[in-house]
Design a protein around this ligand. Structure first.
Ligand code: TNX
Length: 555
């Protein structure tokens, strides 16, 4: 008898906890973590629930909402019907017992803000605009079993959402990720997959580095040699052997149609594409195609090695500016973004010092060097200002790397601080808007581990940037209230000198992108590395597995 009691007690101890007790331990694994989360008791069954979507919501948002309904139908095998009546909000106010999903427009919310209120009977979602609705859908998916990210049909009705009230909006309006497609070329499909994972973690800017010394990747109809010649290089250096060449011709470019396709694909995911044409340095792709744009007239070659080339565009020649204006005219047609990135980094002045045309230009403009900057540095400011004026006249604004601060910088430029945070501190003090991309926290081409383990990793450019360091970044540190107002947001950069394959690209991106997303989205008080890593393993890693992303599993 005693034995029987013992066995029964043991069995009760081992039995699953009753639901009510289990609910208390519910944690939500949403990344980036929402601003306000109140967990309730119980669950809402998403499989088979009706989607009620107010007609006041724009058609584009409605289509996204409907596609979640269709997707739950597909994976759960239970139909989620979609209805889009007029006056849903008013009828909700009269009869609050409406069941299922309810999507409402709340015009008082910011464009990226949303709320979700889940009870056992209903899931009420509110937002005012497209991105807010998209983010509500991403959060809903992360609240469900990660298998929602796949297409496998699963009749087990796992698609439940814990009862929870979420109110959410981002800390920063600019939440970017950069990709260098010049050093290595990534196909349209690969770029789309990159955008897909950005969207899951609520990033909204894709900085597309499209031209460099090692390749010009943009079709410009008026200058066909840019892609006939400039898009291909005669081999690539091997590893870090600077004088080597693998002898394999390498290259590729995007047609205007393909770039438009990517812009539209990104826009549907709430992401603006900001193209970068890096000038006046990092221009061998263009110079090899049109040698008359340079100081010496060449010969030039699309570079087969990494580093900073002394061969740059010649601002002494009017034809160079004509080229830039023609090229940007076509580019603006492809990219509707308010901002265009004009590079500006790492432009050696050796050629300009010797070039008669550059020196004549310096004289003509009355440029004089001073104790801060050389005349040639001010000449770069002249290039920046001319391009900026042209783009401003077409309703666009410029972003440039922090070197554009050297010399004079005209009002309205936005500075991307990459050489640590000092450029951002200086620019914001001078009243310029800033995007923080410090190499100390945001360079995803650096190794993902601490020094001693670096030898075990695939070859990278150098540096050490473990996940935790990315997570620890506080973009407003050291800035006073006035400077803080100028920090538009944060971006990580993925330069691809040593990244030749998409698999390796994803490995360098993930999971650091998830840490970046909390730096961009969360208030410092909502960040918690332990909570974050648990969610990353439980949710993000499963999403990566289901969607077929390569990622670094040790952190
Ligand atoms: C510096 S960041 C560069 C890039 C390199 C990168 C490598 C910046 C504006 N310029 O051209 O790819 O370092 O980490």
């Amino acid at each position: 008898m005693n034995r029987l009691i013992c066995t029964l007690t043991l069995a009760m101890m081992l039995a699953p906890l009753p639901l009510a007790a289990k609910d208390k331990t519910v944690e939500i694994n949403v990344i980036p973590y929402p601003q306000s989360v109140e967990i309730g008791k119980g669950q809402f069954k998403a499989a088979g629930a009706t989607f009620n979507c107010d007609q006041a919501i724009d058609q584009k948002s409605q289509r996204q909402i409907k596609s979640l309904a269709d997707h739950i139908t597909l994976v759960s095998g239970r139909t989620c019907s979609f209805a889009s009546p007029f006056g849903l909000k008013a009828s909700m106010e009269r009869n609050s017992r409406i069941k299922g999903f309810v999507f409402l427009k709340d015009a008082s919310m910011g464009p990226e803000e949303y709320s979700i209120e889940v009870t056992k009977k209903s899931c009420i979602v509110k937002a005012s605009a497209y991105n807010g609705f998209l983010y509500s859908l991403e959060t809903l998916k992360q609240l469900m079993d990660p298998s929602i990210f796949g297409n496998d049909i699963d009749g087990s009705q796992r698609f439940r959402i814990p009862c929870v009230t979420i109110k959410d909006k981002p800390r920063f309006s600019y939440r970017g990720m950069h990709l260098d497609c010049a050093r290595h070329f990534f196909s349209v499909e690969e770029v789309k997959k990159y955008l897909d994972v950005m969207a899951i973690f609520k990033l909204n800017r894709f900085h597309w580095h499209l031209t460099d010394d090692q390749g010009w990747r943009v079709e410009i109809k008026k200058y066909p040699r840019l892609t006939e010649t400039g898009a291909f290089r005669n081999g690539t250096m091997v590893g870090k052997q600077w004088d080597s060449n693998d002898g394999v011709r390498y290259g590729g470019y995007y047609t205007q149609e393909q770039m438009k396709e990517i812009v539209a694909y990104a826009a549907a995911k709430g992401i603006t594409v900001i193209p970068e044409i890096d000038l006046p340095g990092h221009m061998l792709g263009a110079l090899a195609s049109y040698p008359e744009l340079g100081c010496t007239g060449g010969p030039y070659e699309v570079w087969t090695r990494w580093g900073v080339s002394d061969q740059v565009l010649c601002p002494g020649k009017e034809a160079m500016f004509t080229f830039l204006e023609d090229m940007f005219t076509e580019l603006m047609d492809i990219f509707p973004s308010e901002y265009l990135h004009i590079g500006g980094d790492e432009c050696p002045k050796k050629e300009w010092e010797k070039c008669p045309d550059c020196q004549a230009r310096i004289k003509e403009l009355g440029i004089k060097g001073d104790d801060k900057h050389s005349a040639e540095q001010y000449l770069q400011s002249y290039v920046t200002a001319r391009v900026q004026k042209f783009l401003n006249e077409h309703g666009r604004k410029i972003i440039g790397w922090d070197e554009i601060l050297e010399g004079d910088l005209a009002e309205g430029a936005t500075v991307m601080s990459w050489r640590g945070v000092k450029g951002g501190i200086e620019a914001s003090a001078k009243g310029f808007d800033v995007i923080m991309t410090p190499n100390t926290y945001c360079y995803f081409d650096y190794y993902q581990c601490e020094e001693p383990s670096i030898a075990k990793e695939p070859l990278a450019i150098g540096g050490s940037l473990p996940l935790e360091k990315v997570y620890s970044y506080e973009p407003l540190e050291g800035l006073d209230a006035n400077q803080q107002k100028h920090i538009l947001g944060v971006q990580a950069n993925l330069w691809t000198e040593y990244i030749a394959t998409n698999d390796y690209l994803e490995y360098m991106l993930l999971p650091r992108l998830t840490a970046l997303s909390e730096v961009q989205w969360c208030k410092p008080s909502d960040k918690d590395y332990v909570r974050f890593t648990k969610a990353m393993e439980a949710e993000a890693f499963r999403i990566f597995d289901i969607l077929g992303y390569n990622y670094r599993k040790n952190f």
